[in-house]
Design a protein around this ligand. Structure first.
Ligand code: MF3
Ligand code: CO
Ligand code: CO
Length: 264
């Protein structure tokens, strides 16, 4: 892969992504007070779909390669792509909610972790580290650096706390389609890989495990879990590369970027 295969976006196109990204963030803000013990992931999915549609968007995951729901909701040892359904949330769970509204043709992809009641100290440390690892990757995403610098920053942040990063999934280019080049690996070496240039748009979405990095996909064809059943956490932002550094399109307008969320 070289830079010629990567779409670069104009100022106007950045504006389209800003709007889609903001709606993704507002959707994740909206769901916050509903994440409580006893609620089913299926109910949360209904609320998320309704919010996205009420704001003029269509959920990108619905029907994507046969995926059946408007969101992915991944609890505890589920790494990603958990399918919402009858599963109830319990006090102490940590869950990831990942949504991608399509607004005016632009895809805004973001996910956050949520605490259900009061998780363990260890679970909260993992969640904090997944957030820090994502932000380390985002901060490395600047002109003159390479994608290897992004991966290195993520991996270094996770491994310095003795967590591991999942290697089977990665971030991706995003824009007028869901998954584009480049692949944004969550590990790497400084200075390796594609050069980062102005106008690129991609996600940063590391998955961090307490135990080993190995993943297993269940027979539903989607749900990815940790092979050793240890907890996994993930955050995801969509960013654009500007002269002034990375612009995060999916920042929470309410400051609810990582838990615990203080809802007023
Ligand atoms: N939103 C996920 C991502 O961050 C992709 C979900 S695809 C689905 O790339 F089909 F599982 F919904
Ligand atoms: Co993504
Ligand atoms: Co996503």
């Amino acid at each position: 892969m070289n830079n010629k295969e990567i779409a670069l976006y104009s100022v106007d196109e950045f504006d389209g992504m800003r709007k889609a990204g903001r709606l993704a963030a507002e959707t994740l803000d909206y769901i916050t007070p509903f994440v409580v013990p006893g609620v089913t992931t299926g109910r949360l999915d209904e609320l998320l779909e309704e919010f996205m549609r009420d704001h003029g968007a269509v959920p990108a995951t619905l029907g994507y390669r046969g995926y059946p729901k408007a969101s992915c909701i991944s609890a505890n040892h589920i790494i990603c792509h958990g399918i919402p359904g009858d599963k109830k949330l319990y006090d102490g769970d940590i869950i990831n909610i990942d949504i991608t509204p399509i607004l005016d043709g632009w895809f805004g992809d973001s996910s956050r972790m949520y605490y259900v009641g009061a998780p363990s100290v260890k679970a909260k440390r993992l969640v904090q580290n997944a957030y820090d690892s994502m932000m380390a990757g985002i901060n490395a995403a600047k002109i003159g650096n390479t994608m290897g610098d992004v991966g290195y920053a993520i991996q270094h942040c996770a491994e310095k706390e003795r967590f591991s990063v999942v290697e089977d999934f990665c971030g991706h280019g995003v824009g007028r389609a869901f998954h584009l080049l480049p692949n944004v690996l969550n590990y790497g070496r400084k200075g390796e890989g594609m050069e980062i240039v102005e106008g690129m748009i991609f996600t940063v979405e590391p998955m961090v495990n307490i135990g080993k990095p190995d993943a297993l996909v269940l027979s539903d064809g989607w749900t990815a879990i940790t092979k050793d059943r240890t907890l996994s956490a993930q955050f995801e932002h969509t960013i654009g590369i500007t002269k002034n550094g990375p612009e995060i399109f999916t920042l929470s307008p309410k400051g609810l970027d990582f838990p615990p969320y203080q809802i007023k």
